[in-house]
Design a binder for this molecule. Structure first.
Ligand code: AMP
Ligand code: ZN
Length: 499
């Protein structure tokens, strides 16, 4: 655990607390969409003021792609928002450092250990999250450093008669855990024999059973650990049950991941954890939607697996720093439960919207002189923007609606600045509010914008122009829901509409 502890000390760069409009437990107004409940639930942490959160992390067999980072950015905003609301967050995210792909890659090479192989991608992962301004988790436990804890968990499952050994492998017996399938809303009675929840080819009691411990096979080479059932390695689902409970306790507050993990991964985690402890595993489950590229899902076979590294070279839309910050802006200002379509235009749009806010921030920073004809009630305007921002984020992290509130105030500030009608005190208040928003979303650059005083580009890119036309159409056909949705998305892209 030495390395983990070392990493964890680098993790604490949390949001400044003095800006935080804190809430107490009785007045909790935050609602999150809980996957198994299929509805929004009021969020109440088990321990008042403290949130324990676990996130499924990357498999470090390669550099992570921008789809993975969509997911990790969702974790980041969730954590930052909870901190902004005055809650302490203990965040654990695993690194899967052993799986079929890693075993194959290591064995295909003549030299180097598993540790050497994965270290490249672990370093790459930290480097990428830092570039994206993702706050470090408190811990990044690695599967291979928790084998004893995993063996204990398997033994508990065997003792509880929900797991069995067969030829050196250990399986979870789905039929002996009556709740299996409830989380993912599966009808297991209708699951035909042959419906796989696991892809390995070992001999199980029931084809639906999934593996907890995989017996060594020749292709594993030296990559195996000792266990009471013989040499082998842990199953993927097991590591998350084990490492989350090791660090966060048998019941914790929030478990997060991408939607692809709902089944079988999270269903299996629940079966393993609750099958061992008899207690609720996680109180809330939150899942982020996928990111596609040019309308197509990312996959090796299509060849569109864009790694964050490629954005970091600046080859996609222009300057590297802007591409990365623009990518972050694009992801965090959209709703985490909508499928994101990453396109060159979308990235350009996000870069522009972000620049607009940074430009405004810089101009406000440079406003030193008092105007004597500023009679705007900035405190009132900010209070109203802040309460709209909080109301939107409290509503299952509705970032597009939250950004509409921010841009409403930003537009007002830009007009006042251009007319030379703003006091230094007003400018400071607005600037501080933008920084407050950025503590949650991470959308302001450090030194950007101060010199650039040009007005925002008035020409709308085609994608945004089309959204404006769609919205006019939605209004004409009285489709208010669609119309509001488009208005919020446009606002998040920096386009404020006045009807
Ligand atoms: P992996 O490294 O494959 O274990 O994935 C790490 C995380 O990224 C998981 O939580 C996945 O749900 C998530 N993920 C994988 N592909 C995508 C994608 N295209 N869009 C969004 N999230 C993804
Ligand atoms: Zn997991």
């Amino acid at each position: 655990m030495k390395d983990i502890d070392k990493e964890s000390t680098r993790g604490h760069n949390s949001v400044s607390a003095n800006l935080t409009p804190a809430i107490d437990r009785e007045q909790m107004t935050i609602q999150f969409y809980d996957t198994p409940s299929r509805k929004k639930l009021t969020f109440r942490p088990l321990e008042p003021g403290k949130v324990r959160m676990y996130s499924c992390g990357p498999t470090v067999w390669d550099y992570a792609h921008i789809g993975n980072f969509r997911c990790f950015l969702f974790y980041d905003v969730l954590k930052r928002y909870l901190q902004y609301r005055g809650l302490e967050v203990e965040h654990v995210m695993n690194l899967t450092d052993v799986d079929d792909r890693i075993v194959q890659q290591v064995n295909d090479r003549d030299d180097g250990t598993l540790d050497d192989y994965v270290q490249t991608y672990i370093d790459g992962f930290y480097d990428d999250i830092d570039a994206l301004g993702i706050l470090r988790a408190d811990r990044y436990p690695r599967a291979t450093e928790h084998i004893p804890e995993m063996l204990d968990l398997i033994q508990r499952l065997i003792d509880n008669d929900v797991a069995y050994e067969r030829d050196g492998s250990v399986y979870f017996a789905i039929t002996r855990f009556p709740d299996y399938g409830r989380f993912a809303h599966l009808d297991t009675s209708g699951m035909r024999a042959g419906a796989r929840v696991d892809t390995d080819k070992y001999d199980k009691e029931d084809v639906r059973d999934f593996v907890l411990w995989k017996a060594w096979v020749e292709t594993d080479g030296d990559l195996a650990w000792d266990s009471p059932w013989g040499r082998g390695r842990p199953g993927w689902h097991l590591e998350c049950s084990c490492m989350s409970m090791t660090y966060l306790g048998e019941t914790f507050d929030i478990h997060t991941g991408g939607v692809d993990l709902i089944f079988p991964h999270h269903q299996n985690e629940i079966a393993q954890s609750e099958g061992a402890t008899g207690k609720t595993f996680s109180q809330y489950w939150m899942h982020s939607e996928f990111l596609n590229i040019d309308g197509v899902g990312m996959s090796k076979s299509v060849g569109n697996n864009m790694r964050l590294r490629e954005l970091r070279t600046g080859e996609v839309a222009g300057k590297a720093a802007e591409d990365v910050a623009g990518f972050r802006y694009f992801v965090v200002t959209n709703h985490y439960r909508t499928t994101l379509n990453f396109t060159r235009e979308a990235l350009d749009g996000a870069i522009r919207a972000r620049q607009r806010l940074n430009r405004l921030h810089g101009r406000l920073l440079a406003t030193a002189e008092d105007s004597n004809n500023d009679d705007t009630d900035w405190a009132g305007a900010i209070e109203s923007a802040r309460s709209d921002f909080i109301e939107a984020m409290d509503d299952d992290l509705n970032a597009p609606r939250a950004m509409a509130a921010v841009f409403g105030l930003a537009g007002k500030a830009e007009r006042a600045l251009s007319a030379g009608r703003i006091t230094a005190a007003g400018a400071t208040m607005i600037r501080t509010f933008l920084e407050e928003v950025s503590a949650v979303l991470g959308i302001l650059g450090k030194d950007e914008g101060a010199q650039d005083q040009s007005p925002p580009n008035p020409e709308l890119p085609e994608e945004l122009a089309r959204m404006v036309r769609d919205r006019q159409q939605a209004r004409a056909s009285k489709d208010w829901e669609r119309s509001d949705e488009l208005r919020d998305s446009l606002a998040a892209a920096g386009v404020t509409l006045t009807d």
